[in-house]
Design a binder for this molecule. Structure first.
Ligand SMILES: Nc1ncnc2c1ncn2[C@@H]1O[C@H](COP(=O)(O)OP(=O)(O)OP(=O)(O)O)[C@@H](O)[C@H]1O
Ligand SMILES: [Mg+2]
Length: 382
């Protein structure tokens, strides 16, 4: 008994030591005064992409061990397209977006390895956001890449008026704009997102607005500086269905107006089907399937994606119970060395006992990480 206790103690001590080393490494990195531009400029693999996430690993060094929240994720966001990211709660969708914005909870949360190449069109160069110094990141956040969070009150400050907060967001990225012009732009943005009484709302506090209006304000704030990429993390989950449809329409039309790309995170497959051009399905910090919206909705191949499709409410005949995938996601601290979905999968074959399956291309656009699809190459779409 005592021996076991000792080993646990030893284990915790070694985790603490390991974490302290990681925190020190990060501190050293942050302390650097000037980082030469050449260190973070890079080349896009395809200039038509706005963002290329390449083998990203984001870990949280916690007291009970390393949480591998993102464990080797690779996908691209082409210019002017919407990429839907779906998956069960805890699969790493939000951590992916926080990694892009570099707003992880430090020092526990860190990008351990990988690259996030961003095509900085205005400056005619590409940069790796993982290596970009934070000072430079501050210029990109909000101005070039903006984020819409699930709960509007996490973005809005309750003690300032809507106008003041919108003005501040605009002035931050257009420092030379006169105050009057900034205020006019704020009102114009409120109008653009469908707020009728925009001049009245400009003077109001967040608590005086309904949830749907607050979310519109957050969208106005995110779009105020004409971003190239909008990351929307569950933008409509807190809203009722009618407002949800309005907000999605709004996002779509605004995206077209400013020709931005959208990374749309949601667990609502209906929203993805309606909004996205490309879909990425995540499971336990990895991508299990990716493809065009037709690939994923008409020809889903990974048993997990098929399970997700079956658990959509509109698949239920009256009286039937809603399907749910049995079992639980493995702990992100002790991930197995075989397919993470194996223990929940009803279609396992002998190969599933082997190493984690690589992402295999079944067509030019469609990739699946499952041994069942090993021989499906070229058969997709037949
Ligand atoms: N600050 C943190 N410290 C430790 N672990 C964290 C932290 N933030 C996230 N994680 C872990 O990272 C993993 C991915 O979390 P993430 O928030 O990205 O999930 P998600 O896919 O966005 O889920 P949801 O659909 O519920 O929003 C989870 O296992 C979570 O426990
Ligand atoms: Mg999330």
């Amino acid at each position: 008994m005592q021996e076991k206790e000792l080993t646990t103690k030893q284990r915790l001590r070694s985790i603490k030591k390991f974490n302290a080393r990681k925190y020190r490494e990060l501190k050293r990195l942050r302390r650097r005064r000037s980082v030469p531009v050449s260190e973070y400029t890079t080349q896009m693999a395809d200039p038509n992409n706005l963002l290329e996430i390449d083998d990203l690993h984001t870990y949280f060094y916690t007291d009970i061990g390393t949480v591998k929240a993102i464990d080797g994720v690779t996908f691209q966001i082409p210019r002017g397209k919407t990429v839907g990211v779906v998956g069960e709660s805890g699969c790493g969708k939000s951590v992916t977006s926080l990694s892009i914005m570099r707003i992880l909870q430090e020092p526990q949360g860190q990008i351990a390895s990988g690259a996030i190449r961003y095509n900085q069109l205005a400056q005619n160069r590409a940069i790796d956001l993982v290596k970009t110094p934070l000072k430079e990141m501050q210029k990109i956040r909000g101005g070039e890449i903006s984020m819409i969070f699930q709960e509007p009150m996490t973005t809005l400050n309750p003690v300032f008026t809507i106008g003041k907060q919108l003005d501040e967001a605009i002035a931050l990225h257009s420092k030379k704009m006169p105050k009057k012009e900034v205020a006019a732009r704020s009102v114009e943005m409120l109008k653009l997102v469908g707020i009728a009484n925009s001049e009245g709302v400009y003077k109001m506090y967040p608590h005086e607005l309904s949830g749907g209006m607050r979310q519109r304000v957050v969208i106005a704030m995110a779009l105020a500086c004409n971003p190239n990429l909008i990351i929307a993390d569950e933008p409509t989950t807190a809203l009722d269905v009618t407002v949800q449809a309005q907000i999605l329409d709004l996002l779509r039309s605004l995206k077209e107006k400013i020709n931005a790309s959208i990374m749309l995170i949601t667990h609502d497959l209906g929203v993805v089907a309606e909004m996205a051009d490309l879909v990425v399905v995540m499971y336990a910090g990895r991508i299990v399937e990716q493809g065009t919206v037709q690939d994923i909705f008409h020809r889903p191949m990974h048993p997990y994606t098929i399970g997700l499709m079956k658990s959509r409410p509109n698949f239920v005949e009256s009286g039937d119970r809603l399907y749910s995938i049995p079992g639980n996601v493995p702990s992100p601290i002790d991930l197995p060395n075989y397919c993470f979905f194996r223990n929940r999968c009803s279609q396992c074959i002998a190969a599933c006992d082997g190493a984690y399956p690589p992402l295999m291309a079944v067509s030019d656009t469609h990739k699946v990480a499952c041994y069942l699809c090993e021989n499906a190459q070229g058969k997709d779409g037949e």
